[in-house]
Design a protein around this ligand. Sequence first.
Ligand code: HSE
Length: 325
Amino acid sequence: MKTVKIALLGLGTVGSGVKNILEEKKDQLSQKLFEKTGEKKVIEIKKILVRNTDKDYGVDKAILTDDYAQIINDPQIQIVVELIGGQEPASKYMEQAIEAGKHVVTANKMAIAMSGGSIEDKAREKGVSFMYEASVAGTIPVIRVIEDSLVANEIQKISGIINGTTNYILSKMMNENQSFESALKKAQELGFAEADPTSDVEGYDAMYKIAILSKLAFNIMPDLNDIKRTGIRGVSISDINKARENANTIKFIAQAEKCRDGVRVSVSPLEISKDHSLANVDGAMNAVYITCDNAGEIMLQGAGAGSRPTASAVVSDIFAIAEKL
Ligand code: HSE
């Protein structure tokens, strides 16, 4: 039996989801690895980086560490799973892991978009995997679809709802007359919102995600300063009522579209018809709409935030790397 040893960085909403899924689905994952590779393999968490090793996380304290060097210098650890979020120290940790020849899985849209693609380039140079399916649209396998399923296509446009928190808030305002503040509070309680929800409501989170999709679809990581970004704080009750009177709805739409001089990327609340495919994607759900030449139009929908849906995507990346080890 081969043991694929991994380290988790962070044990918050997503980190604990990953830990739980890896424990609960241990046998199923091993069985699937065997079916795919003909080899008996098991995925094991060897270390978890946390800030406070005295805190009770409900895990064996022996696997907790607050010292990243213990992970980076451990030759048995082959995959580092970065779930701290934010730019630093997450970016530095990922670069160090790649430098040490370890494969990296992350859900960190901010670090990827802010790096402008350099972390991925570094991984390519070092010959290790850098996978980030969970960074965009939670559980939806949109990155795999763009990278694998649509290889025979030229993508013309990607648009969608790719922030669960703002979709949850707008849905509650539109469908249940809730106030912005109470809907945001509930989204935070449910674990959808970022540590600093400004990133969600001002559109930074969606901007990072559409930048990543743009890089994948058009091979151009847009300069974040060139992305037209408007958050949802300015959406008033009167905007909601007006949209309702027009039999429309308001959705927070991110889009990247090929144009003559490059790619036009924007994130903003838009009034759309109730008949639009994205109109009934409510709550923390995300949906990504892809327009391309051969396949035509595709819409992918699923949970865009939350512990288990996001962790499900992270585990799929860990599995894909484990398959090759
Ligand atoms: N805060 C993010 C959202 C989490 O609400 O979509 C998932 O990236």
